[in-house]
Design a protein around this ligand. Structure first.
Ligand code: GLY
Length: 573
């Protein structure tokens, strides 16, 4: 049977309400029907909603809220479901960040970023002549950091209401009973067949003899068994026992270095959120080891003193100003940002008004700056990831971005355990001056060290207005993540856009080096030509990010948008 896709703005609150079903959530005719589902892109709900990369994952999140769960229950259930139905980025073998605000105002940031193995070394991806071997950091067994996602969901469970077993069961059922795949997934599995064969030592669920097509059912019994061990044994069901054994054996078969001790020693960490004001709104975002929170603070504060609303959306003036802010912030990323447990990130200085004023001193509204002239400031102190935005009926807000790094991570599935491992080691700076897969540069701040977390761009973000929920936002997209979140906030706050427009209107991206502006398809050709006349080098590219945004309207309604660039979908009531 084929999934039914509907891409249409639906404005009826509660249109997608699903009756409570006590006998389980997943199955034909139940709240989540893996054989018939649809992608819903834009709805205003009255109480609670989930925006995620897959319709089934959003539906599972909403189903657990209907059973009495809160936004944290929904976040756990949605993430675990994405590990089954969105194998490109949903994961057990990767990591992520949670930014949340409880309805009582308490802010929560949980870091479950992957970590380098205790056996990792600074030069592990250099050959004997010092030449980088990027193939090793980007695919296969050696590219993986110690996975953090399972640690993260258990750290999140402290704030949830329902038993963990109830939250993981839908994912187990979907892995066991199967679900029908979309045209996009079928295409990806077919395109990656060669790589799956190359980087795996055992057969995987993603490879079959005949080509995949839309509507085929994907069964993942080994993944179901791993999820069942986690249900029955908690985090130890992943970091110890049978699953740990399967991971270490996989490493041994493929010359990887993750060990029993690496897995046993993994901890998710509570961090202190980044908070700052933008035009009277309070922004809450993720600190290092993400670069994202600092970057969006820098970029928003650099444009704040300009009348952006007068310049207008996609005008030459606003676009050029935003690009120059992006260029300057990303120069700082390369120099100053890394795992704060290993590197003193000058966070306060980088976000201070005085510092940012000096960064914009040479800004010229008529000409492109040159990245060669813009060094980092002196501060003393396939692209595939996935994002979930949730708000519940009580006003608990939760934003999670998780990643395997590029699409399908290392392409290595743990034999017998059924989940893909990340290739997050490439997010370290393999060698100063050598760009990673996103073209990002780095140095000592983000050099490899045992037990260190690689610098990320993921930036799950909340915005408050008068100390009340206003926006939940985030996106995948590697280094384009902070620019997409920054542009989404400007689109809503300065240009007064709806959630749907802020998500779907074309984006642009400058990351200091390479010195070029990436322009998403659909962007105004006139503005592009005007930028080129000012000295900007531009490069056309396909979709930037897959943003999931919930905006809370003055009457409390939740205006939600799931990105049209993917299979992303909303559910709620
Ligand atoms: N792997 C993408 C990121 O963490 O930024």
């Amino acid at each position: 049977m084929k999934p039914l896709y509907i891409i249409a703005p639906l404005l009826l609150a509660g249109f997608f309400s699903i009756a409570q079903n006590k006998s389980g959530i997943v199955g034909p005719g139940k709240q989540v029907d893996p054989y018939h589902y649809q992608s819903v892109k834009s709805v205003t709900f009255s109480k609670a909603c989930v925006a995620s990369a897959h319709p089934l994952a959003s539906q599972v999140g909403v189903a657990v809220m209907r059973r009495g769960g809160n936004a944290f229950d929904a976040m756990i259930a949605t993430q675990l479901t994405l590990a089954v139905v969105h194998p490109a980025a949903g994961n057990l073998g990767g990591g992520g960040f949670l930014t949340a605000r409880k309805s009582d105002g308490k802010l929560i940031t949980i870091d479950y970023r992957e970590m380098a193995s205790a056996k990792a070394t600074r030069d592990m991806y250099l050959d004997k002549n010092g030449n980088p071997q990027m193939a090793l950091s980007q695919d296969g067994h050696l590219s993986s950091g110690v996975p953090g996602t399972v640690g993260g969901v258990f750290a999140t469970h402290k704030f949830a209401k329902l038993p963990f077993a109830e939250l993981i069961q839908p994912a187990i059922d979907l892995a066991e009973k199967g679900y029908v795949i979309s045209a996009r997934q079928a295409k990806e599995f077919n395109e990656l067949k060669g790589e799956f064969l190359k980087f795996n030592t055992r057969p995987t669920a993603f490879v079959k003899n005949t080509p995949w097509k839309e509507g085929d059912t994907l069964y993942q019994p080994e993944l179901a068994a791993t999820l069942t061990r986690i249900r029955d044994n908690g985090a130890k069901g992943f970091y110890e026992g049978e699953t740990a054994k399967l991971i270490v054996e996989e490493m041994q078969r493929g010359n990887g270095i993750l060990s029993y001790d690496d897995l046993k020693n993994y901890v998710a960490k509570a961090r202190t959120p980044i908070t700052f004001k933008y035009r009277g709104y309070d922004v809450v975002s993720f600190p290092p080891p993400s670069s994202g929170g600092i970057l969006i603070a820098q970029m928003l504060k650099m444009v704040e003193k300009y009348p952006m609303n007068q310049y207008g959306f996609e005008s030459v003036r606003s676009t050029q100003l935003m690009i120059e802010a992006e260029r300057r912030a990303y120069a700082d990323r390369a120099e100053h940002m890394g795992d704060p447990d290993f590197w003193k990130v000058p966070q306060k200085t980088l976000m201070s008004d005085a510092y940012l004023a000096t960064r914009m001193k040479d800004y010229d509204s008529a000409h492109a700056s040159k990245s060669a002239d813009i060094k980092a400031g002196t501060a003393h102190e396939s692209e595939e990831t996935t994002h979930i935005s949730i708000i519940d009926g009580d006003g608990n807000m939760a934003a999670v971005t998780t990643t395997l790094n590029n699409s399908y991570g290392s392409k290595t599935v743990v034999g017998g355990a059924g989940f893909l491992l990340n290739d997050e080691m490439d997010d370290f700076s393999v060698k100063p001056g050598v760009p990673n897969m996103y073209g990002a540069l780095g140095g000592d701040a983000n050099a490899i060290a045992p037990g260190k977390r690689m610098l990320s761009s993921m930036v799950p973000t909340l915005v408050l207005k008068n100390n009340k929920p206003f926006m939940v936002v985030g996106t995948p997209g590697g280094t384009t993540i902070p620019t997409s979140v920054y542009q989404s906030i400007v689109d809503v706050v300065d240009f007064g856009m709806s959630a749907q427009d802020a998500v779907n209107k074309p984006k642009f991206h400058h990351q200091w080096l390479p010195d070029e502006v990436m322009i998403e398809k659909g962007f105004s050709p006139e503005v592009k030509a005007a930028l080129e006349a000012m000295g900007y080098k531009t490069r056309n590219r396909g979709g930037i990010g897959r943003t999931e945004l919930i905006k809370i309207l003055p009457n409390g309604q939740r205006e939600a948008a799931a990105d049209i660039r993917g299979d992303d979908s909303l559910a709620g009531y």
